[in-house]
Design a protein. Sequence first.
Length: 161
Amino acid sequence: MPEPPHVLGVNCKNHHFNDPRARYCAVCGISMMQATLAPFKGPRPPLGILLVDDGQTVPLAADLLIGREPRRAPEVAERRAIPMRLTDEDGSISRRHTLVSLDGWQVRLVDLGSVNGTAVRPPGAADFERIPPHTPVKLVPGTAARIGASRTFRFESNREP
């Protein structure tokens, strides 16, 4: 697994490393508003989890390459991403389909030019909307994604959207 990058963050008074924009500590829930915060670079903690339609829970500690055969992808071979194998009965998932990219404290989803596409449904939206290939889309907690024709996951995090 790739080493977590160092990002600018702050500690709550209980010494938990957080996004400097956080109102509450992601670990203990204490308010960050009243503390005097001194930003410093530290290893980024996991930014949330993916809840997959088959019950799988995948932590987001590094970039994640999703596809039918992700282990053969250059991002995985070069240790820039962790592989997540996902298949469906229709064969609509590409070998190298989608990248969940962690950039600083943000989570982004990128369709890698797959034939059957990637779609997202933000919290409160009724329908999935296909995202353009090779265009990063920011994920906020509660966003659902559809990979290919039918497989889905939801991004969840205790961090603020």
